[in-house]
Ligand binder design. Sequence first.
Ligand code: PLP
Length: 382
Amino acid sequence: MMFEEITSFIRSVFNTPEGFIPLHAPYFGGNERRYVLETLDSTFVSSVGEYVNKFEQMMAELTGAKYAIATVNGTTALHLAMILAGVKPGDEVITQPLTFVATANAISHAGGIPIFVDVDRDTLGLSPKALLRFLEEHGALNADGQCINKTTGKRIAACVPMHTFGFPLRIIEVAEICKKYNIPLVEDAAESLGSYYKDIHTGNFGLLGTFSFNGNKTVTCGAGGAIITNDPGIARHAKHISTTAKIPHSWEFDHDEVGYNYRLPNITAALACAQLEQLPTFIKNKRELAHIYQNFFQTRGINVLDEMKDTRANFWLNGLVLNSLEERNSFLQSLNDNQVMCRPIWKLMNKLEMYKDCQCGSLENATWLEQRVVNIPSSVRL
Ligand SMILES: *Cc1c(COP(=O)(O)O)cnc(C)c1O
């Protein structure tokens, strides 16, 4: 492979003839300074302040969800989503092996046990075919209408697919299968802010959707997260348990269940609001970059990840599908040696020490992708 040509092409795209090129750097070119300074001047930097409300309103508007609840990061958003979906210690939760570790960890934080079911090669997200195959073999509805894993005897309490790199997976089909087996659906939409399936924003296809605003995501506020839902009861409960489950009172301390301190601080929400204002600009810019990459790599016979029919992706991270593990390794070595930051897709969750005993379906596609997919620099260029 022509690594030198690729390296100099990426350098030219980022107008960086030498020095380090990150995988995804944040861009603060809007109202970030103004909003953050406002919180300092007002002293409302912490748990009280208007930016948290504003951020939640903006997220609801942007995603088309009825309700959005801010959290300190994406992992805590997912942890709460697990609790809100009814996951109890000892329950099982179906997810994909090809994801960032936070997905599986949040299941564990709620006391759940992940089950890993294969992804589709073209979407890199949970495969409806593999999900159906797994449930036909292992799933059964009990007298209470709950889905039980016939093999382990445990309850399958939720399903958490993830929209990898912002490319929507076949979420309508996944949602139909979950419905049939009475399994609450929670979308890990951490990477897919601004991504749509048939004009519906990701995160809206099940009971709950969660987002991340970590430093490397499309929109960042340093650290932050959000839950979206269209269920008013779930939304109220989400807000309640994310803020120590305190009963509102002007001076009394009263809490009616074990709550969490997962509230997003106002100073951070200010940053998030300024970033969200720029999302359309960021995505337009990212789509342009994706086209530039596609033109370059396709003429050289290298496969670039692209959005599927009926979907609109945010193109958070661009990715290549190389021919083999050997090629992947030489690619990563060469580009990183030349200070062009590239990363492999994640090691599969079922290979990590803490998840190695979890039940798995056949993971043929996930294994195939694990050996071949790399991400290339994808920052907004403004
Ligand atoms: C970023 C990310 C999260 C959550 O990340 P935080 O760093 O906790 O905000 C969860 N799932 C996936 C797939 C992610 O990429």
